[in-house]
Design a protein around this ligand. Sequence first.
Ligand SMILES: [Zn+2]
Ligand SMILES: [Zn+2]
Length: 193
Amino acid sequence: MSRWWPKRYGQRDDRPGWDEYFLQLAQVAARRSTCRRRQVGAVLVRDKRILATGYNGAPMGLPHCLEIGCLRDELGIPSGKRHEICRGNHAEANAIASCALHGIGSRGATLYCSHQPCILCTKLLINAGVVRVVYLHGYPDEFSRETLAAANIEVVKFPGGEQAADEDDRPAEVGPADSLPRVHGAQTDGGGG
Ligand SMILES: [Zn+2]
Ligand SMILES: [Zn+2]
């Protein structure tokens, strides 16, 4: 037995696994959102290192929806529709833009997101080289789920999130890490690529 590891200590049972850890960071990022409707946060990770973070809101320097209102909100547009009439960028798009701004390669990254990515972000994520998506809450965008599957991106819906209206309990799109234990301190390694 090594002198540096003289005995085995018990695991602390409140220590999160990597997926839970980065997903919680994404939820912290979501708190910065300026969307009037849904607060979304995203963290791009590779090799257990944070590459970039993002939350949904207006482009840098422009007035945001909390300040001057949002047409989608005023018109009562349903969730998942008519993204183009809101000035806000989505969290995932902002994380990718942050990589571009700072010259950080995103190939091989895992995206941690408070919500399932929409189809617009999914298309960006594919071309940004993201290989794995871990999210908590569902989002009503079946086309996105199909596209992620078609692009062979591993998708993990972390247990405990809300179900999207159109999700109807289909685990088909969920990747192999679907069996991640919910219990605190359980080994949920695999985040970070
Ligand atoms: Zn808006
Ligand atoms: Zn999106």
